[in-house]
Design a protein around this ligand. Sequence first.
Ligand SMILES: NC(=O)c1ccc[n+]([C@@H]2O[C@H](COP(=O)([O-])OP(=O)(O)OC[C@H]3O[C@@H](n4cnc5c(N)ncnc54)[C@H](OP(=O)(O)O)[C@@H]3O)[C@@H](O)[C@H]2O)c1
Length: 291
Amino acid sequence: MRWDARQTVTMAVKRIITRSAHKICYEYILADIFLAFSQHTNKNMNLEDHICLVTGGSRGIGAAIVKKFVEEGAIVYFTYHSSSALADALATSLEGASGKAIPFQSDAADFEAAGDAIGRVVEAEGRLDVLVNNAGITDDTLMLRMREDQWDRVMHANLKSVFNLTKHALRPMLKNRKGSIINMSSVVGVFGNAGQANYAASKAGIIGFTKSIAKELGSRNIRCNAIAPGYIETEMTRELDDKVKETFLQNIPLKRMGSSEEIADLAVFLASPRATYITGQVISICGGLNV
Ligand SMILES: NC(=O)c1ccc[n+]([C@@H]2O[C@H](COP(=O)([O-])OP(=O)(O)OC[C@H]3O[C@@H](n4cnc5c(N)ncnc54)[C@H](OP(=O)(O)O)[C@@H]3O)[C@@H](O)[C@H]2O)c1
């Protein structure tokens, strides 16, 4: 609700009523106007009729993106790996919102499954407007101790998944002559982090991939951007030990962790028609950690 606009309307109506010398209860009239105005301005429909797919939407940042997209009027298909109860609960909680949330199980690291996931959305809706490659995992350890399977697992879930989904999403987006792809990277992909060589490499890979796709497909009106979150409060960061958390917080100018909702707000913006001239960007959202 924009206070300036509300004040202007209030003053104007007060003047009219006072001048006309009708001592009717103008508070009631004002209340009606406020209500109508508020309903109008609070109606966030930036993604009305947008068909979206979010990977890893069952919890954390992905769940916040699903929620905000649906509240903005989007039809959101979202995947999970194993948390079916959480995914169903999220979809149920959004019944009655402007848009709709449809969960289904799909392993983003599996090329065939990624094809099926995109196919499912396009078959049901005829197109795909927005793809959010959010699914991700960590398997942290120092390089001296890191096993090959720890490297492979993280690279598959975090980086190959982005290739898998994007590869299958391109045809429908090309046909539709537009698309927005949002990839979840990390500040760790920009700066690196001791004990996270596998994770940091996967997130850095996402940045190179994002910029390349933006260059390849910009002429076809397909945008591709990456979000690089800092230290965000989710299950992923809950596992970090207190000493690591303390060090992070000391280095964050805003002196707090971020919330999933704050990341979701940026995703809404990048997905929306308000960001149609933004592509190939890596947008950090980290409380100033990168300054
Ligand atoms: N939290 C942070 O501080 C932070 C910072 C920078 C970047 N990020 C990135 O942001 C994204 C979300 O992180 P988060 O903190 O919200 O993580 P989270 O709470 O651990 O949630 C991860 C989500 O990804 C799903 N997932 C994992 N592997 C999958 C796979 N192979 N196929 C499909 N879905 C899969 C999970 O599904 P299930 O629930 O079924 O397991 C879950 O929905 C990740 O890419 C992460 O790297 C997070």
